[in-house]
Ligand binder design. Structure first.
Ligand SMILES: Nc1ncnc2c1ncn2[C@@H]1O[C@H](COP(=O)(O)OP(=O)(O)OP(=O)(O)O)[C@@H](O)[C@H]1O
Ligand SMILES: [Mg+2]
Length: 255
């Protein structure tokens, strides 16, 4: 399907003798939330890192909106519309929450990113439209109440929402979320689930890695299952829940 936002074809990544992902192929369509699940060490974060350009894949193809991106550096992939969050919180503790989201907007600025610091070369209307966008993002990620607080004073869950807000600021076509619910309690996971669906409804596709099966089953349109670096199943949440290979490899009696 050429209309996919993200198309991965026969992707492989080895670290020395370890085949972290092997011949992995799947797609994420427009307006789709796809889950990537599997046991610890099955290759989920390696997939996200290869897609984001943290390292290059050993072989295979990655297409974003039809364009080959596998040879591009990380920041060019962000500019083209692919952003991600990390498995562990990755934020700037000395910034305010609002400043960190503003920083995320810089990848889409027509002016040079440092123009906001030196006050020169700012395109007309750019500051106003960024301020409005930051406000919208803070609202949908439930961070307006702590917008002027230092990041270091916010809760672990708020820092996870902030990572998503920062990634959204770049106006991505697709956002990759690596274990966004880690460390969250039940009501925070519910807010997260609603946010992921809102992101999809606003036009950004989502690839989400999670061990929280209730969240995955609730938000995903489709799920891809990895085991030892290979895809062992792909389908709707109800198909995956009933898939014997998936139950044997990962879900066990849990679902
Ligand atoms: N930078 C690296 N160098 C060497 N081996 C690595 C590296 N990153 C990952 N691996 C190996 O690749 C395999 C897949 O790891 P990966 O982190 O992708 O798993 P995961 O599915 O994200 O697991 P988890 O659920 O625990 O986060 C593992 O065997 C891991 O040890
Ligand atoms: Mg991982």
């Amino acid at each position: 399907m050429t209309s996919a936002v993200l198309h991965i074809h026969k992707l492989c990544k080895s670290f020395g003798g370890v085949h972290a992902i092997r011949d992995l192929s799947f797609e994420v369509g427009h307006g789709e939330i796809v889950g990537l699940i599997g046991p610890n060490g099955s290759g989920k974060s390696t997939t996200v890192n290869a897609l984001a350009g943290v390292f290059s894949a050993s072989s295979g193809e990655i297409l974003l909106a039809g364009a080959h991106i596998q040879k591009l550096p990380e920041y060019e992939r962000v500019v083209l519309g692919l952003t991600r969050t990390f498995q562990t919180a990755n934020v700037f503790p000395d910034f305010t929450v609002r400043q960190q989201v503003e920083l995320g907007c810089n990848s889409t600025l027509k002016s040079h990113p440092l123009s906001s610091v030196f006050g020169i070369g700012i395109h007309e209307g750019e500051n106003e439209s960024i301020a409005a966008r930051v406000e919208d993002i803070l609202e949908i990620t439930d961070l307006l109440g702590v917008a002027e607080d230092l990041v270091s004073t916010t809760s672990a869950a708020q820092q996870r929402f902030l990572m998503i807000a920062t990634a959204l600021a770049a106006e991505p076509k697709i956002i990759l979320l690596d274990e966004p619910a880690a460390g969250m309690v039940s009501h925070e996971r519910k807010t997260l689930g609603n946010l992921i669906k809102r992101i999809r409804d606003l036009g950004t596709s989502v690839l989400v890695i999670e061990h929280h099966m209730a969240l995955i089953m609730e938000v995903c349109d489709r799920i891809v299952v990895l085991n030892f670096g290979s895809k062992i199943a792909e389908g709707t949440p109800s198909e995956i829940r009933d898939n014997k290979a998936v139950i044997d490899a990962y879900l066990g009696e849990a679902v």
